[in-house]
Design a protein around this ligand. Structure first.
Ligand SMILES: [Zn+2]
Length: 290
């Protein structure tokens, strides 16, 4: 076995570990909400669909606006003092302090849900926003609708010194990552990991070990990161899903994490959970015993 590679300090996972107090018990308290809104220290993030407005600054951009600034923005956010870009680029390029990524992800996902739930899925009547934006009520059939999150399993199938990486058609050239797919209704996380790995790459998996999760606001997913014990070796690629998939050995994957692979192959950026799932295996931190 080759010596454990030195991959340097562990980078922070994007969009995770929010410092925002969700304060669910105060969401229906109109007086408390009004007091927060009139507080001169109140700040807002400005999100429009896929895009986020940032104030240009000398170093990192500033995503916070006073409420008056946010309301005055209207359609003027194309002015020179603003940078308007998508949240994925903001995270990958490190355009703002890392602490802003979780609330931006939260806001983007929540606004996407509101945009798609203006009408009751039960009876079709227009719904009303309540609970400070954390619920929509139907005045006609009385149904209550809550913001949803779509679970996605993202996993690395491993066998000894090798792991399976795949390439989606939408990946940039040279990038390889974990396999992933939506959890289906009535399906456990472990079963979804085994099903997706078999469907996409033909690999049969046994034990599954949970690693970590990451909010992924594109539009409203929760990535559930796992490692899976590969029981078979032959790869059969589902070309409808994947451009390619193959086995990689630990040393080669280490060079991809370090961005020094001789053919320029790489793993996803450090803000993505795939990087962390792959790195944990390279650093031999994966166990199926617990
Ligand atoms: Zn209804």
């Amino acid at each position: 076995m080759s010596p454990r590679p030195d991959l340097g300090p562990k980078p922070r996972l994007g969009y995770a570990a929010s410092s925002i107090e969700r304060a669910a018990e105060r969401r229906a308290d109109a007086a408390a909400l009004a007091a927060l809104e009139s507080d001169p220290r109140a700040r807002a993030y400005v999100v429009a669909g896929e895009l986020v407005a940032l104030k240009k600054a000398t170093a990192l951009a500033d995503p916070l606006f006073t409420l008056a600034e946010a309301r005055a923005l209207g359609r003027t956010a194309a002015r020179d003092e603003f940078l308007v870009t998508d949240l994925r680029s903001i995270a990958v390029r490190g355009l703002v302090e890392a602490e802003h990524l979780p609330p931006l992800a939260e806001g983007k996902a929540l606004l996407n849900w509101h945009g798609r739930h203006r009408f009751c899925p039960n009876c079709g009547a227009a719904t009303n926003l309540v609970e400070a934006g954390w619920r929509r009520d139907c005045p006609s059939c009385r149904a209550q609708h809550f913001p949803r999150t779509d679970p996605v399993v993202i996993m690395l199938a491993v066998a000894g010194e090798r792991c399976v990486l795949g390439r989606s058609y939408r990946f940039q050239p040279g990038m390889w990552s974990c396999l992933a797919g939506f959890v289906e209704p009535g399906e456990a996380i472990e079963d979804a990991v085994r099903r997706e790995t078999r469907e996409e790459a033909g690999i049969v998996c046994g034990r599954v070990s949970y690693f970590a999760s990451q909010p992924w606001p594109f539009p409203t997913s929760l990535m559930i990161g796992c490692h899976a014990e590969a029981l078979s070796r032959e790869i059969i690629i589902d070309r409808a899903e994947l451009d390619d998939a193959r086995w990689f050995d630990r040393e080669e994957v280490a060079s991809m994490l370090l961005r020094c692979h001789p053919d320029g192959l790489s793993t996803p950026p450090t803000m993505a959970i795939a990087y962390h799932i792959i790195r944990a295996w390279v650093e031999e931190e994966v166990s199926f015993d617990s």
